[in-house]
Design a protein around this ligand. Sequence first.
Ligand code: ZN
Ligand code: ZN
Ligand code: ZN
Length: 379
Amino acid sequence: MSSTAPQPPSAAFTSDDYRARMARAAAQAAEAGLAGLLVAPGPDLTYLTGYRPTADTERMTLLVLAADGEARLVVPALEAQDAERAPGAAALVPDPWTDAEDPYALTAARLDAKGIYGISDNAWSLHLLALQGALPHTRYRGLSDALPMLRAVKDERELERVAAAGAAADAAYEEILRVPFAGRREAEVAADLAALLLAHGHEQVDFTIVGSGPNGANPHHEAGDRVIAHGDMVVLDFGGLKHGYGSDTTRTVHVGEPTAEERRVHDTVRAAQEAGFAAVRPGAACQDVDRAARAVIEDAGYGRYFIHRTGHGIGVTTHEPPYMIEGEERPVVPGMCFSVEPGIYLPGRFGVRIEDIVIATASGGRRCNTTSREMAIVG
Ligand code: ZN
Ligand code: ZN
Ligand code: ZN
């Protein structure tokens, strides 16, 4: 395995970037009729402030972003120094609280007692229930429900990071083709994939799916003790974070020569992936990407074996809105990036999935994964 030293992104995000993101989030909150946003540690806080507490504990940390743009960070006093070092700290008013104080009373004093607030999906119920107790007339909506597209449209530097993460995942794929498959357990190949992602600059591996033979027909299979055999189709789906932004790619390889049916199924998925990619253009709805990919699989007679949505957004997490799924009528907007990943799963036999991350541009889709989508033959 060759290794590539992590390259720093061309430019780090500055406090101005975070200030602009918070201003945009506040404006969206106002437009949605919210009094503000309550953002707990997790992807939204990372996105809005760059602050990632080392531990999310029972001591409440909460960004209180009012619809007028005022941003306060309610933070345990013993973590205030860490918070001050966050890249977006200059755009925040710190609101530290000590163990002798009640953080919910402190927060309640900052809120509109009759307002509706969007709150992070992953906020602890401990904190939300206590806030509800302090302000019984305040109401709450889940942030992904209230502002589903908050992080969906990326700026140039975010897109640069998504592209770099994709290139690193591609490099990992090129190298995994050279390791032995036959006679090794799925978990061993998965460990190789994880090591390759790290060697190519990822700081975090989120998943390394190795689904051989019948395990490939289970889209949620991760990797297990099954020993890969000659004649197996093997689904490889892997990704994680590089410089804070996600990768996620799938290729399906075969150990030795495939049968005519295996080739037909793989060709069908490849054509579906191509059709989904071609449907990525401004003016299209997210569901059009799903429809385009699904039509190819249905026309080939495998419609009932394509058992998941065609894609999901990617950014500071590896799964987030927008979703490429029937019923999602929101438009594809330049700057969105998401997966296009159709599959066919034949229960008890084998599965095939092919996945690229695609950036929507003014003129169509741009792939972040450029390795061959043809069926690679491995040993
Ligand atoms: Zn086979
Ligand atoms: Zn994937
Ligand atoms: Zn995916």
